[in-house]
Design a protein around this ligand. Sequence first.
Ligand code: SAH
Length: 510
Amino acid sequence: MKDMNKGIVYLIGAGPGDPGLITIRGRDLITRADVVVYDYLANPKFLKYAREGAEIIYVGKMGGCHTKTQDEINEIIVDRCRSGKIIARLKGGDPYIFGRGGEEAEELVKAGLRFEVVPGVTAASAATAYSGIPLTHRDHTASVAFITGHEDPTKDESNINWEKLATGVGTLVFYMGIKNLPNIVENLINNGRNPDTPCAVIHRGSTPDQRTVTGPLSQIAKIASEAGIKPPALTVVGDVVGLKSTLDWFETKPLFGRKIVVTRAREQASGFADILAESGADVIEFPTIEIAPPKSWESLDKALDQLESYDWIVFTSVNGVGHFVKRLFDRDMDIRDLKGLKTLCIGPATADAVRALGVRVDFVPKEYRAESIIEGMGEENIRGKNILIPRAKVAREVLPDEMRRLGAQVTIAECYETVLPESNKDQVRALFEEKKIDAITFTSSSTVENFMSMWGNEEGLKLLDGVCVASIGPITSDTARKLGLKPDIEPEKFTTAALADALKAHFTKS
Ligand code: SAH
């Protein structure tokens, strides 16, 4: 009977917050699902794995304000499953550790429906690991218990055997126990736990918002409350907490907890965003540019028709390379048609993109400045030569103008254009207004120009007041200065890796 319906519910542990901590099976099942049901502890970043057209249902649950009751959630899941759907039910951490996964599974069994469970990394193991606290350690403890702190410990019939727990287990981890912390502490001490036992309270472990406070058991409730620690947070009690100062690797990262806005186009942003995130930053992607096909292919097509007449082809961006090659292919041509042309790439990332095509790069200037490019190429390579620059139409014509002045024939062939994207403007404005942003990065003149024109210059300047402005190089910095900004950071090398390093250096010293 069960097998007649292909509907199935996967109860998936989505991990504690760091999106890298979902299992491979969990991620694969999200990709296969017809319906994705998630709550507030499951990182919404996972929704990008859902297939197009999948139904996405948020069922909330945050402290007291429940968006949907457990009954309603069960009903949604049972209904969808009955109609033959594949459902990915994402739950924070592990579904069977204080996640009511057991209850949902029982409902499915009752309804005669199929389900499977995908375990997840539970908050206790992630938050402690990311706080520098091993849950067990041969020198300190041989046992660990996960306990709900939600239960009112003063009520007569507790499910928790405080007497045994207080002294019988080495490491204690309390989930959902922030409000009850004073009671938990009292119960432990009254039942014989040493009041000096080291404790930690960890808020949003494994995320850029992670915060940890530590102190002896007798003081920890006061310390957490004075520090304003809010749920979701867990409390760790045990000698292993003493290892934090030695084993901390996450909260000590150079950009830990820094909110950094990345303004480059979404297509290009991920590499840079990844480097920043690896260094602990909370990266806010706010693309101020979107790459679109040009309104007309005319100039590029004309150039492609007479490729053999050019001496040099100059690539100014990774986008330029990608769109140029795409058009080449669309017109039934390929890399072989570039035979005989010398290639110049403005920066190392662009050069890598060209090399990835199996094409040798003849020249990469040391600096992205017209004079240095011309000096590096040598005047004899420019005078009387035919030079093709496939790129976006932009206002700045310094390089072509200089080349023309030296007697070259320069063709600018438009292969893409940059437009203002749809964006998460309101959300980002709020972060700026609340002074939550530490730095903004500009990786080209257009990112600065577009950022400022999105708000209007005056408001843009106001939003950036007090924010560290990081510019990738002198041209971007000049544009920023013209618009009234003062770049605080400019790396010596014109690369996003160097920009990330400069940000690290900046925030480590300040
Ligand atoms: N099933 C989840 C727990 C759900 S109960 C799991 O296995 O992790 C919700 C409680 O988990 C919160 O009140 C908090 O105590 C804890 N919690 C969840 N995510 C957390 C995180 N990132 N950092 C600290 N505690 C967390």
